[in-house]
Design a binder for this molecule. Structure first.
Ligand code: PLP
Length: 287
């Protein structure tokens, strides 16, 4: 495995970050998760745009252009010789002193890791996930805006812990007002009477690239898609529920807080959307 670090390729053993790196000390940094399907990097431009937006928002100067970043990602994938993979692009503020002050950090660390990814198997897709809602709330845009894909994922980790303690693998966060926001690392859609609903990102959700791809696909298939606030109740009484994300793709949800969704397995629209998504990822990407 070759890991890209600041313009060089190093082995996993050589890929070391300083204990004075503010990414480590304070979670001061940003990241992206990107997929490679059959040698195509899916929606790379969109991921790079989101990365640079996250950087701008936290006043982090990425020491290279978007074009150079795209080239570095593509080259790292090629060097690792993987046709189907997951890319983790991390930029930390870099090494500074022990104070919070980011202006003591002069060299952001740019790291690209390419790895294999474990998918949900076909049985899990058909059965759907049992999930819960958890007490941990999604921070609202007045705090650290969830649109920033920052290295501060403690909220999301608490969600994972709460899910794990309840014996499920994924969970939903509500925002401070009790509206459904998103999963720990994925966006949520519900389907009611043939219409799709997903929370608007201002409620406290990342503007997922898979979310956007699914909204585009659904509209192309003739479904109405609404970015509209909804509550746990709306999720419980939905005909279908699914989650979207770079890692999760489009995964059905069959139970939420003990309430069975639809007939308790993947619904037909969710299945059709995953089908179309799988076609799209093969056609649409940077080789
Ligand atoms: N929400 C959060 C908090 C995430 O970390 C992710 C993962 O990237 C998503 C949603 C899904 O976004 P995307 O489809 O761009 O991977």
């Amino acid at each position: 495995r070759y890991i890209y670090m600041n313009g060089e390729y190093v082995t996993e053993e050589e890929a070391k970050v300083s204990v004075f790196d503010h990414g480590f000390l304070y979670g001061d940094g940003i990241f992206e998760g990107i997929r490679v399907y059959s040698g195509n990097v899916f929606r790379l431009k969109e991921h790079i745009d989101r990365l640079y937006d996250s950087a701008k928002s936290i006043l982090l100067d990425i020491p290279m252009s978007k074009e150079e970043m795209i080239e570095s990602v593509v080259n790292t994938v090629r060097k690792n010789n993987l046709k189907d993979a997951y890319i983790r692009l991390v930029i930390s503020r870099g090494k500074g002193n022990l104070s919070l002050d980011p202006f003591t950090c002069h060299h952001p660390q740019v790291i690209i890791i390419v790895d294999k990814i474990k998918l949900f198997n076909e049985e899990m897709h058909e059965k759907g996930l049992k999930i819960i809602t958890v007490p941990t709330r999604r921070n609202t845009p007045d705090a650290l805006n969830p649109k920033i894909k920052s290295l501060n994922y403690l909220n999301n980790i608490l969600v994972k812990i709460e899910a794990h303690l309840a014996g499920v693998s994924e969970a939903l966060m509500l925002n401070g007002e009790g509206y459904v926001a998103e999963g720990s690392g994925d966006n949520i859609f519900i389907i009611k009477n043939g219409k799709l609903y997903t929370p608007p990102s201002y409620l406290g959700a990342l503007e997922g690239i898979t979310r956007q791809a699914i909204m585009d696909i659904a509209r192309r298939l003739g479904f109405e898609v609404l970015e509209q606030p909804f509550t746990r109740h709306d999720v419980f009484v939905a005909d279908e529920v699914f989650l979207t994300g770079t890692a999760a793709e489009v995964i059905a949800v069959s139970e939420v807080d003990g309430r069975m969704i639809g007939n308790g397995s993947r619904g037909p629209i969710t299945k059709a959307l995953l089908n179309e998504f799988q076609k799209l990822v093969k056609e649409d990407g940077i080789q």
